[in-house]
Design a protein around this ligand. Structure first.
Ligand code: PEP
Ligand code: MN
Length: 266
């Protein structure tokens, strides 16, 4: 079934030329130094369009690092001023939206655990009424295409036209090589249900380890997905969250150099 989303093309809000949109940065903002120095290294690669960093972290179990909180928004601001990179962070409540907007964050994303909850998505959507900002919506943790589309519709109905989906894989009971099963069929089904909607692949959260990222990123490019969001940390071995799947800015640059990307017109 086709779904009508009232959206504008990706290239009208971020011009990446012939290249896919690349969003990169640490899983979590940890310290000002870590955010700013990672941002400089990423900007220096000349291959990154948007700096990502989680300020509020949705942890499955309590008692772990739950994000640095609002102070990190100022670090993103400084990173942007010094590097010119646009910034992106995850929002899960109306208060997150208000604070991120007040701090000048350029792109917001909704995390996989939030997408699974229509009340949460609606709260975020309501906080976005009258706001013109790109919003990226990760697939829900469970393989439910309707929940994913429903979240996109809720945010779109709030007036957000700069909209994209993030394919970050789906949790499964079976233990496999992936942290979250890619279940590419769901991305394909989303593409056919909403042909105008850009889809960005998140190989970091699909793989859960650095080693498989190039393979998944290439597969996303072969499927003509519009971009990649990849976690990158100045020193992944000491990252406070998702240490196994983060890559240094230098390895990110190498990974992107080795990707074969079809020209959109070819
Ligand atoms: C993240 O991007 O760091 C994150 C928490 O992702 P997800 O919502 O996909 O688990
Ligand atoms: Mn992460």
């Amino acid at each position: 079934m086709k779904h009508t989303l009232d959206i504008v093309p990706l290239k009208s809000w971020i011009d990446t030329g012939d290249k896919p949109l690349i969003i990169a940065g640490p899983c979590s903002a940890e310290t000002e130094e870590q955010v700013v120095s990672t941002a400089h290294l990423l900007a220096n690669t000349g291959k990154v369009n948007v700096l990502r960093a989680g300020i509020w972290k949705p942890r499955t179990r309590p008692g772990e690092f739950e994000g640095i909180g609002s102070v990190g928004l100022q670090w993103l601001k400084r990173a942007k001023e010094e590097t010119g990179l646009l910034t992106a962070t995850e929002v899960a409540t109306a208060k997150h939206v208000e604070e991120a907007l007040a701090a000048g964050v350029d792109v917001l994303w909704i995390g996989a655990r939030s997408t699974a909850n229509p009340f949460t998505v609606q709260e975020i959507a309501d906080a976005l009424v009258g706001v013109d900002i790109p919003v990226l919506i990760k697939n829900p943790v469970n393989p439910d295409l309707s929940l994913w589309i429903g979240a996109l519709e809720r945010v779109n109905r709030a007036g957000i036209k700069k909209l994209a989906a993030i394919h970050r894989g789906f949790s499964s009971f079976e233990k496999t090589a992936f942290r979250n099963e890619p279940m590419w069929d769901l991305a394909i089904q989303l593409k056919s249900a909403c042909p105008e909607l850009p889809i960005i692949n998140d190989p970091s959260h699909i793989c859960g380890n650095r080693e498989l990222i190039p393979y998944i990123a290439q597969k996303a490019m072969d499927m003509d997905l519009q971009g990649l969001i990849i976690e990158s940390h100045i020193d992944p071995s000491v990252a406070w969250t998702d240490a196994k799947q983060q890559v240094t800015p230098a390895s990110l640059a190498e990974l992107l150099d080795n990707l074969s990307v079809r020209h959109p017109e070819s």
